[in-house]
Every structure is written in C-alpha cells, then in structure tokens.
Design a protein. Structure first.
Length: 295
C-alpha cells in the first residue's frame, strides 16, 4: 500500500490526469512550452504505475494563506466541481415540535420519531442556530465534523438532511467519517486537533439501533466536549418557536464511502466542501509518503 499525502489537489491532478497527457505530448503544454514540473511528475508517475502497489491519496490542508497554493486548489475545484452544477439554497416552512429538549448526551428518541417529516430538520436547524448563528451570520469560515455510530438512519440522515442543511446555513466545510461512521471520542479528538467549530454526532450510545429501536443526535462544541446546559437550553428554546429551516434544493451528489474531498458550488457563490476523515486515521501508518510539488 502506497499512501500519498499532499497539501495540494494540484499535485494529484498532475499525477492522475495532466501528467499522462504531458507525457504523451512530449512533456509540452498545449502552448508548446515545456512542462516545468517534468522531473518530479515523472518520478511520481513511475511510483504509482508499479502494478504491485496499491495507491491511496490523502489531502492534507496544510498551506492555507499561501496564495499560489490556494489559487491552484481553487482552479482544481472549479474544474472538478461535482456534476458541474449549482445547488440552490432554499428556506422552507415548518412547524415546531414540543419535545426536542436535549441533554448533554443529545436528543434520543425512537428512530421512527426522527424519521417523521421535518423532525430531524427542525432539530438540526435549532443546533446550527443555537451553536453557530453568530459565526454563520458574519460569514466566517465554519467547519464541522459529522458522523455517527453506524446505526440505522445515520448515513441516510447525513446525505439527505444534515449535510445539505449545513451547506445551506453557511458552513464552509464538513469533515465526515467514511461511510458516515465516527465514534464520539474520535469526533471530539478531530474537533480539537483541527480547531473545528464543533460537530454533530449521531448516536444513542448503548441504546439498540434499528428502525424499531433508538436514534440520537448530539452537538459537541469547539472544545470537543458536549454542549453545556446553556447551549442545550438555547437549542430547546429555538426548537419550540421554529418556523423555517434552510436546506439545499436537492441532496448532494456525494458518496460517503469514497476517500477524498468533494466540492460543490452553491448559488450564493460559496464553495461547500465535504472531506472524509480516513486520512486522519491512516496518515501515520507505514508506507505513507509526504509529497509536495512546488508550483
């Protein structure tokens, strides 16, 4: 297994798409000018073409603030925007539920309760408004971790409700466990390690899962710990008077089983990113190569 960690999506494009084209064209650009990165790209192509080696790519966001690198990533995003379409933000009407009072362990109910129309939407909107409204309204860069214990309705709720609602409410990036699976301690660790603004965790702890069993949603704050009572009280108060929620016009074209970062264009000009967390748990494994190509 060869793991390649790079701080730029530009590097992956060089290896997987542009490099083979440059090679075929005698290492010349479409303008006729020579490819300046020929030597490192040739070495990279040789390594990944070894038939005895399985290759996995990991994106390491380690160069924020360096305009050249950020510009390269923006260019890559624009040319690889999923489905090349724009997702519209919608504000929809709803009616409040009277029983959405969370404790420090979140809100736990029968799975069928969360699956009823608007129930999960209302609670997630209450979380985002109570915990992050000031940051979201000021259009700051807000990043959250999302995931759950793998029980029934975790992946479905992430794809159809929670991730689209995060995007619509102004969250810039969500880090999601592969297949939607992420333990509470792991989520807490990721929040602290990467200075995230918080996390939404889908779990009912030791309660059994399934369509006829239990489900739960909890909010962890930027310190990685569960929301304190003043925040859970605020969530409850908002839930009792909620009349609207924000969501995208349709679910994102997203596969949570695939490793990588996926970007989506929203109609307000924002680029919303979904990044899986597999790299965070594999980056220190043997065989990982740190690669940085200068541009």
């Amino acid at each position: 297994m060869l793991g390649i960690a790079t701080d730029s999506k530009f590097a992956k494009k060089c290896a997987t798409e542009w490099g083979p084209i440059w090679e075929k064209n005698g290492w010349k650009l479409t303008t006729g000018n020579p490819v300046k990165l020929r030597e490192p790209v040739e070495r990279l192509l040789k390594a990944i073409r070894d038939p005895s080696v399985d290759v996995a790519w990991y994106y390491v966001p380690g160069h924020q603030g360096i305009e050249g690198n950020e510009a390269a990533d923006r260019y890559t995003d624009r040319n690889n925007m999923t489905s090349q379409t724009t997702y519209s933000i919608q504000t929809k009407e709803t009616k409040p539920f009277s029983d959405q009072k969370p404790g420090t362990s979140g809100l736990r109910k029968p799975t069928k309760t969360f699956m009823q129309p608007l129930y999960t939407e209302n609670f997630v909107q209450s979380i985002l408004t109570a915990g992050l409204n000031e940051l979201l309204q000021s259009r700051q860069h807000v990043r959250l971790v999302l995931g759950g214990d793998g029980r029934y309705f975790v992946k479905e709720s992430l794809l159809s409700i929670i991730i689209p609602m995060c995007a619509a409410n102004g969250v810039s990036e969500v880090l999601v466990g592969q297949s939607g699976i992420l333990s509470t301690p792991a989520a807490s660790c990721v929040i602290r390690k990467y200075n995230l603004n918080g996390g939404i965790i889908l779990t009912a702890s030791h309660n059994p899962g399934g369509p006829s069993a239990d489900f739960g949603i909890k909010y962890n704050c930027e310190n990685g710990g569960p929301a304190p009572e003043k925040v859970t009280n605020r969530i409850f108060e908002i839930s009792k008077g909620l009349s609207q929620y924000k969501i995208l016009d349709r679910p994102l074209q997203l596969n949570l089983d695939v490793i990588g970062t996926t970007s989506f264009q929203l109609d307000n000009g924002q680029v919303f990113r979904v990044r899986d967390l597999t790299r965070e748990f594999c980056i220190c494994s043997s065989g990982v190569v740190l690669l940085k190509l200068s541009k």
